[in-house]
Design a protein. Structure first.
Length: 166
């Protein structure tokens, strides 16, 4: 097993198949786990909503205007995060996920720190995100990085909206 020092963050991964394939696998795990946590488990990727399947099958197209960060250990993708281009002075962080076998090594923190720095460099004044209320570990991580709960911009029940000034 690789230790934390062997993990690097890649912005917009190149055409390296193992990393891009790994990104699709990370996104699949993220969406399948989220559906199960919402009480709507699905058997496999084919049963996910179209927009999620599109992210998994072709992340390069799905996130064409966004920056995709991938944590890589060797040539294996072990974590991911998407940060949107600024719109109205705000960027949004989405799809933060770390392979469960690599958790507890600071990968999510590294991804989040890189995303915040990128959003600031891109001219955003605020970065925001939404997270399911039962993901208490993620909420604690976001709070450590200065995010605070804010008024919801999303109508879905049990979704916590957070933001942080840059």
């Amino acid at each position: 097993m690789a230790d934390q020092r062997e993990v690097s963050i890649v912005r917009r991964p190149g055409r390296t198949l193992s990393v891009e394939d790994g990104l699709g696998a990370l996104l699949a795990a993220y969406h399948l786990r989220t559906e199960a946590e919402k009480g709507e488990p699905v058997a496999d990727v084919d049963a996910l909503p179209d927009r999620y399947r599109a992210e998994i099958s072709d992340p390069r197209t799905a996130f064409v205007d966004d920056v995709v960060l991938v944590a890589v250990s060797g040539s294996v993708a072990v974590g991911c995060l998407v940060v949107t281009a600024p719109a109205d002075g705000r960027s949004e962080i989405k799809r933060l996920w770390t392979d469960p076998a690599f958790r507890g090594r600071g990968i999510a923190s590294d991804l989040l720190g890189t995303a915040i720095a990128h959003a600031a460099e891109s001219g955003a004044g605020v970065v925001r995100l939404s997270v399911w209320k039962w993901r208490t570990g993620a909420i604690a991580l976001y709070e450590r990085f200065g995010f605070a709960v804010t008024a919801s911009w999303d109508e879905r029940d049990q979704l916590v909206c957070m933001e942080r000034a840059l």
